[in-house]
Ligand binder design. Structure first.
Ligand SMILES: NC(=O)c1ccc[n+]([C@@H]2O[C@H](COP(=O)([O-])OP(=O)(O)OC[C@H]3O[C@@H](n4cnc5c(N)ncnc54)[C@H](OP(=O)(O)O)[C@@H]3O)[C@@H](O)[C@H]2O)c1
Length: 365
C-alpha cells in the first residue's frame, strides 16, 4: 500500500526540494520502490490541492513552483477535515515555519490515526511539556528528527538513550552555523560588525540577522532535545543570553544593526583576547543538564578550551555531545554541516520511511 503524503509548505524552499526529490528519486514509482509514496495534498499558507486518490505530478509541481493556485483556506488544522472522505492513513509533512501548525499536529496525533513528519520547530517548543510527551509518544506516527540538525542523529540518539533507561544527564550543543561562523571569525581577530556584515552579504544569516543573534533558534533546538530526554521544561525556563547584548540589537534593519554593532567591536575583541590568553576561545553553546538540582538549560556565549570538542568546531558545523551514566567520562557526539534544503528534504524522506508499516528493502538501483 502506498504512503499518502500531504505536504504543507510545498511552495517553500524545503518544500520545493522535497517535491523534486520525491519525483526524481522515484519515490512515487511502484516499479522502483517497494514502499511507494503518493502525494494526496499540497498546501501553501493560503491555498491547497487535495485528491483522495493522489495528485497528478504536473499539478503538484506547478503548485509547488507557484505556477498554479489551489483552493483558498485559512487554518492548517482545517485541512484534516478534507480526509473524512477516505479511510486511508495520511502523513502530514510540515515544512513551514508557522506556529499555527501546532493545532494540526495536535488534532492529527491526539484525534486521528494519521501521522505527522515535521521540520518545523515551533509546534514542538510552544506546546506545553506534558503535551509534548504525548505528541512524541508514538514514533511511528510523529517524526520530528528534522527539527534539530535537520535530521542528523541528534533526536534519535537522545530518544533511544531515554528508552534504554540511560537518560541523558547532559546534552551540549552548537546548533547555529551562523553563530559558529561569527565565533570562528572573531578568533581570527576580525571585528564583530565586519563579520556580521560579511555574513549578511553571503546570506549566511536569516534575512533579519537579529533573529540569529537573539539565540532563540538555538534555545528551541536544545529545548526539543531536553524534552526528548524527558525534561518537563519550557522556553521561559531557559537561561538565554543572546549572542550580543540586547542593547545593540536593532530588529528588521540589517544596516542599522551593523552600525550599532560597531559599538560592541572593542568589547568582543577584548572578550576574545581574554579567552585566548588562557588558551581558550568563545563558542555559542546550549547546555541541558539534569543534575542534583533538577533539569535546567543555559544558552550563551561561553569560553571553551581550544581542544574542547566545541573549541575545535570550525565554520558552519553543528555538533552535540551527550553524557549519560553508561557513557561515564566519555560522551556520544554527532557533528553535521549546517544542512541546507537538499539534506533537510532528504532527511524528511528518511523520517517518512520510519512511518511505513512492513517496510521492505527497496529494489531500486
Ligand atoms: N531552509 C533550510 O535550509 C532549512 C534547513 C533545516 C530546516 N528548515 C526548516 O524547514 C522549514 C521550512 O523552511 P524554508 O526555508 O523552506 O521556509 P520558507 O521558504 O519560508 O517556506 C515556508 C513555507 O511554509 C508556508 N507557510 C507559511 N506559513 C504557513 C501557514 N500558516 N500555514 C501553512 N503554510 C504556511 C509557506 O507558504 P507561502 O508560499 O504561502 O508563504 C511556504 O510554503 C522551517 O521550519 C525551517 O526552520 C529549513
Amino acid at each position: 500500500m502506498a504512503q499518502n503524503l500531504f505536504i504543507i509548505g510545498a511552495t517553500g524552499k524545503v518544500g520545493r526540494a522535497l517535491v523534486s526529490q520525491i519525483y526524481e528519486k522515484g519515490d512515487t514509482d511502484p516499479a522502483k520502490n517497494e514502499n511507494p509514496t503518493r502525494i494526496v495534498g499540497v498546501a501553501s499558507s493560503t491555498a491547497f490541492l487535495y485528491e483522495r486518490d493522489g495528485l497528478q505530478k504536473r499539478r503538484v509541481i506547478d503548485f509547488s513552483s507557484r505556477k498554479t493556485q489551489g483552493e483558498g483556506y485559512r487554518e492548517p488544522a482545517a485541512l484534516l477535515d478534507l480526509l473524512s472522505d477516505s479511510s486511508e492513513r495520511v502523513t502530514f509533512v510540515d515544512v513551514t515555519a508557522s506556529p499555527e501548525m501546532l493545532e494540526l499536529h495536535k488534532k492529527a496525533i491526539f484525534g486521528t490515526e494519521h501521522g505527522v513528519v515535521t521540520a518545523n520547530k515551533l509546534p514542538l517548543t510552544i506546546i506545553g511539556p506534558e503535551e509534548f510527551q504525548r505528541l512524541i509518544s508514538e514514533p511511528k506516527r510523529y517524526g520530528y528528527r528534522c527539527s534539530v540538525m535537520a535530521g542528523a542523529e541528534a533526536v534519535d540518539k537522545v530518544r533511544d538513550l531515554r528508552d534504554l533507561g540511560d537518560r541523558p544527564l547532559e546534552i551540549t550543543g552548537s546548533f547555529s552555523g551562523t553563530l559558529s561562523y561569527i565565533a570562528t571569525e572573531l578568533e581570527k581577530g576580525r571585528r564583530l560588525s565586519e563579520i556580521v556584515s560579511d555574513a549578511v552579504a553571503k546570506k549566511y544569516t536569516e534575512p533579519d540577522p537579529a533573529l540569529d543573534l537573539s539565540g532563540i533558534d538555538v534555545a528551541s533546538k536544545i529545548l526539543i532535545l531536553a524534552r526528548t530526554a524527558g525534561a518537563r521544561l519550557s522556553m521561559p525556563d531557559i537561561r538565554l543570553s543572546p549572542f550580543v547584548p540586547e542593547g545593540y540589537v536593532v530588529r528588521g534593519d540589517p544596516s542599522g544593526l551593523i552600525r550599532e554593532l560597531r559599538r560592541a567591536d572593542a568589547e568582543f575583541a577584548s572578550m576574545m583576547a581574554t579567552a585566548r590568553s588562557k588558551g581558550r576561545t568563545l563558542r555559542y553553546i546550549a547546555r541541558y543538564t539534569d543534575g542534583a538540582h533538577g533539569p535546567g538549560i543555559t544558552v550563551g556565549l561561553t569560553e571553551v578550551a581550544k581542544d574542547d570538542p566545541f573549541g575545535q568546531l570550525k565554520g558552519n558545523e553543528n555538533k552535540i555531545t551527550v553524557k549519560t551514566a553508561t557513557y561515564g567520562d566519555r560522551y556520544y557526539s554527532v557533528e553535521a554541516p549546517g544542512a541546507g534544503v537538499e539534506i533537510t528534504a532528504q532527511n524528511i524522506r528518511r523520517d517518512l520511511l520510519y512511518q511505513i508499516d512492513n517496510r521492505t528493502l527497496s529494489t531500486g538501483e
